[in-house]
Design a protein. Structure first.
Ligand SMILES: Cc1ncc(C[n+]2csc(CCOP(=O)(O)OP(=O)(O)O)c2C)c(N)n1
Ligand SMILES: [Mg+2]
Lengths: 357, 337
């Protein structure tokens, strides 16, 4: 928890809605449309996706140099998902929670690349003061609730965040991201039931990148159309092209409209792909080079938006100057993360409990 | 005799047991097709088929619950939890079901399951990939907990665990999978080859549960350790110049208290070393047992060297994981006490 709760006296809003009738033609969200982005918005999407791509490439290099240790999961290939979805949210009002593959979600929420990179290298200036590392990062200011290493845990936590939004009537929505692998954890279904029962404002985003570590979806999942996973809880789902930022944004608009109309939780299954290994030490023996290459060549989200940019009349030169600007931002973040000091030893014992442990 | 590292020795134990007993089954996250994140089950699905070595969804509660049911039905499942940090969703199944089934059925049913799981620090895994929760299992009446420190023991102990009719947690020290840890993080790993314990017979043999090993003889103090910390202890004892006896517990439950008591009665001094947090750690139990049985032989207070009482940190791993320096200092101090 981040801030003290404002009031304990308010009556719970949850649990008061009448149960929905058991009809078989219940209401469904409309088919989402690709988002009609303005020229400025297109440029912003491009910038953000490129920032994530270049940031992650640099994180990979720092890992190779031994400056980042342990576990580091890159978001390369999946950029359109976080950028498309989070562009529709209001930072500071809507909350976001995700798993350990969290750098992209933080960047898409406008969190400073420097403090993210410094957390990866375990420095004092890191967003968790060096104590969390790549998988465990948080930002109160942005209502970004982490960064969680235990697969599936964030789904239940997100359900609680959504309860918080509803209870405090702040109009916010929680977006809880998890993977195709996480979707098989029992607590996901405990959460679905509660969210539907209590009509919570939450978008469950399943980032289906088709692998959970070394195990492909078809080896782990009896129902691999994840958008259907909420059916027995009466939570509707939409399958989305997660390699297309405009489709991601369009689906989010639809999901938000559903929630804002008071219709409760909704699931978005984003079909996406990760180009890199699961983490940095992945022998990648479970899929072929060709498969990865084909995805890169045919579905890359950044290449994809370039067509829309050209149609909007944006010149190659303008993109080049954006590229240069982003390289600079990423270099600065890396320099900062390499040169800023390590935490002092006393920090080891802070933040265990409220008082010094 | 073939030379094996820990990974190969554990793989060999699984291979031997799959071959000998058709009721033995292996399953867990990524262990089948992919061969496991640490490659421990490499090749076993190809050799024994998908019925006997298979992938599960990411669902620890379900994995362990199903293993217990299989065990009650007469199979001998060996489940892998990819990192022991992820065992907690299954803790309810372990505590309320696996550990209690025999008692509450008056001996009618039990679950002869083995849960293998890598544990411990030293790979910069942060909070969720570094912990040593052996005390959480040791405290549960009805579970056994085993922790090897070298390839020979790993294979022989694991076979004993699988053949054992009780539920056993087999914790694998991942820091020393590929080579013994000399306690110095900045030095490259030494290969297991050349270490006498890396000579591992190919076939079936057992190392009994509940029997500690004397890893080094000595007369002036006793050091108790298990898993990765056995290697830290060796280095620490050398550095300290104290002629200490090193006991590798090998299993926490059942515990070989006789070997410990005999040693402390001889040396009169004892240092307990583990990487788990200190407060209410397994060292607390060891210390109480020794005090109860060796009080009049003790020449100095029992010392504990352990992980600091904080969550496992990302930035401070080298300070957190006990190294030879901390053990040596504790040894020197108990000699002065
Ligand atoms: C409870 C738990 N079990 C297992 C793991 C190990 N683990 C980490 S990531 C992962 C795969 C998850 O795949 P998915 O949910 O598809 O997410 P992706 O990595 O593809 O983004 C596994 C098995 C874990 N961190 N936590
Ligand atoms: Mg996945």
């Amino acid at each position: 928890m981040a801030k003290p709760a404002s009031s304990r006296s308010r009556k719970p809003a949850a649990g008061t809605a009448a149960p929905a009738p058991a009809d078989h033609n219940r209401e469904r969200p409309a088919d989402p449309k690709p988002y009609q982005a303005s020229k400025e918005e297109l440029l912003e999407f491009y910038k953000q996706m490129l920032l994530i791509r270049r940031f992650e490439e640099r994180a990979g290099q720092l890992y190779g140099l031994g400056l980042i240790g342990g576990f580091c999961h890159l978001y390369i290939g999946q950029e359109a998902v976080a950028v498309g979805i989070q562009s529709a949210l209001t930072p500071g009002k809507d909350s976001v929670i995700t798993g350990y593959r969290d750098h992209g979600h933080m960047l898409a929420y406008g969190i400073d690349p420097k403090v993210i990179m410094a957390e990866l290298t375990g420095r004092e200036a890191g967003i968790s003061r060096g104590k969390g590392g790549s998988m465990h990062m948080f930002s109160v200011e942005h209502k970004f609730y982490g960064g969680h290493g235990i697969v599936g845990a964030q789904v239940s936590l997100g359900t609680g965040l959504a309860f918080g939004h509803k209870y405090s009537e702040d109009g916010g929505v929680c977006v809880a991201y998890f993977g195709d692998g996480a979707a098989n954890q029992g607590q996901v279904y405990e959460s679905f039931n509660m969210a539907a029962l209590w009509g919570l404002p939450i978008i469950y985003v399943i980032e289906n990148n088709q692998y959970a570590m070394g195990t492909s979806v078809h080896r782990s999942s009896s129902e691999d159309r994840f958008y259907l996973r909420g059916e027995s809880f009466r939570i509707p789902g939409i399958q989305v092209d997660g390699m297309d930022v405009l489709a991601c944004r369009g689906a989010t608009e639809e999901a938000l409209a559903w929630i804002h109309a008071g219709k409760g939780p909704i699931i978005l299954e984003m079909k996406t792909y990760r180009y890199r290994g699961h983490s940095m030490s992945d022998p990648a023996k479970y899929r072929s080079r060709d498969e990865v290459q084909t995805m890169r060549e045919t579905s890359d989200p950044i290449e994809g938006i370039k067509k829309a940019l050209a149609d909007a009349g944006i010149k190659e030169d303008e993109l080049k100057s954006i590229d240069a600007e982003i390289r600079k931002v990423v270099s600065e973040a890396a320099d900062f993360a390499e040169t800023s000091p390590e935490p002092v030893a006393g920090e080891l014992y802070t933040d265990v409990l409220v008082e010094q442990y | 005799m073939p030379t094996m590292n820990m990974i190969q020795a554990i793989n060999s134990a699984l291979d031997v047991m799959l071959e000998r007993d058709p009721d033995v089954l292996l399953f867990g996250e990524d262990i089948g097709y992919f061969g496991g994140v640490f490659r421990v089950t490499d090749g076993l699905q190809a050799k024994y088929g998908k019925n006997r070595c298979f992938d599960t969804p990411i669902a620890e509660g379900g994995i362990i619950g199903a293993a217990i049911g299989m065990g009650a039905y007469g199979l001998r499942p060996v489940a892998e939890i990819q990192f022991v940090d992820y065992i907690l969703p299954a803790y309810d199944q372990l505590v309320s079901e696996a550990a209690r089934l025999r008692y509450r059925s008056g001996g009618e049913f039990w679950a002869p399951i083995t849960v293998r799981s890598p544990y411990g620090g030293g790979i910069f895994g942060g909070q969720t990939h570094s912990q040593s929760p052996e005390a959480l299992f040791a405290h549960v009446v009805g579970l056994k907990t085993v922790i090897p420190s070298n390839p020979y023991d790993a294979k022989g102990l694991l076979i004993s665990c699988i053949e054992d009719d009780d539920p056993v947690i087999f914790m694998e020290p991942k820091r020393i999978y590929n080579g013994p840890f000399n306690g110095k993080h900045d030095e490259a790993l030494k290969n297991w080859a050349g270490d006498p314990s890396a000579d591992v017979p190919e076939g079936h043999y057992t190392v009994p549960l509940g029997k500690a090993a004397i890893a080094r003889e000595g007369k002036d103090a006793t050091v108790l350790a298990y898993g990765t910390m056995v290697h830290v202890a060796k280095a620490g004892i050398e550095d300290s110049g104290v002629d200490a006896e090193l006991i590798d517990l090998r299993s926490i439950v059942p515990l070989d208290i006789e070997t410990i008591v005999a040693s402390v009665a001889k040396t009169g001094r004892c240092v307990i070393l583990h990487e788990a947090t200190r407060f209410a750690g397994f060292g607390g139990e060891l210390s109480a047992l020794i005090q109860e049985r060796c009080f009049w032989a003790l020449k100095a207070p029992i010392a504990r060297v352990a992980g600091w009482d904080t969550p496992y940190p990302h930035a401070f791993e080298l300070d957190y994981l006990p190294g030879p320096g901390r053990l040596a200092a504790a040894l020197v101090k108990v000699m002065e006490d």
